[in-house]
Write a protein that binds this ligand. Sequence first.
Ligand code: CTP
Length: 404
Amino acid sequence: MKVALGVSGGIAAYKAAEVVRLLQDRGIRVQVIMTQGAQQFVRPLTFAALSGEKVITDMFAAGGDENSQPNIDSAIEHIAVAQSIDALLVVPATADILAKFAQGIANDFLTTLYLATTAPVVVAPAMNVNMWSHPATQANLELLRQRGVRIVAPGDGYLACGMTGPGRLAENDLIVAAAMEGLAASQELAGETVLITAGPTRERIDPVRYLTNRSSGRMGYALAEAALRRGARVLLVSGPTSLTPAGGAEVTRVESAEQMRQAVLKLLPEATIVIKTAAVADFRPQRAAEQKIKRKGAMSLELELTTDILAELAHSKRSQIIIGFAAETENVLENARKKLMSKSLDAIVVNDVSREGVGFDSDRNAVTIITHSEVIEVPETTKWEVAQRVLDQAVRLRKVPQAT
Ligand code: CTP
């Protein structure tokens, strides 16, 4: 197991030295990355001696010495490090680093690594009490929390600036415990291949028109990223969306329900878990017109049913855990339970799409996860959090496969 330990420029930087040792005591390799600011407080040599590894001190120095030209190996090292680590831990995390992480600013090795890695991220902030309670810092923390970053809250006490209050770096054992949690989470789906469908489908009416729905794909894309962070291989079959998939997901883009069906059936043998968030069209025009339909007068479209991909998967002989999603506007739980049975699923995640501000085309969601033995309410929260709860269930179902 390997942790990247980012050290940013605060007076608490020296405390990260002890964290290196505590992690090593647990058999974990530590790759230290120091920001320019951190090097004002502690010399890289301290961390190099403790970790037994070369300390990364800036974007271009990793592969060579000060006089050598940056080479391609060093310039892409952040990608190599990003892919090789099981967790990224930042001790101490300054207000500046939190702001850069939250806004996606990548102007040095540590901030670039943060964007490039799919491993769990743990930050231990330390700063002056006013900086900590400033709305800007709190808003950045909230954003990071929503995106799944674990935050080890600072303690209360006497601060180096002479003030007292929250801002003091958390105790080392709390920091190490959070890092261990991150590491455990990073392995939970190791060895699993999660097939996720996301977004809407488009059913052609003629060359310029189609039938579609309000799905944005956000739920499926959040699940893809969350599954990657838990160590899974992720196959994402996506209908048309404007979203960028998490790096590391193997993406197949499709348009129609039938294309989605073909892609899913092709990938199915590789999957161990299938999560179908896609809002697949239930109907499509019987025939797509070859030419643009002219505006001659009222017209009607003959629609036919698409194949229910989920039902087809579930009824075939299979070893995968299958989780469906259901959008309902009335009799929410009752209808979802019927779908769980009729599509012989292991779990169904139902959302009441009649509610304002959650579900379709929103960052937030409120769902109920129904398995054959449990009903789990997930009150309104971010889609990232919903993704975590759905994966918690996938992990449990995987351990104790349900009879369907
Ligand atoms: N689904 C599918 N193929 C379809 C339609 C739906 O695989 N042609 C999947 C969706 O991806 C979702 C689940 O079935 O995981 C439930 O979708 P939903 O639209 O809620 O249910 P339907 O079965 O279409 O039922 P109804 O529209 O009657 O509520």
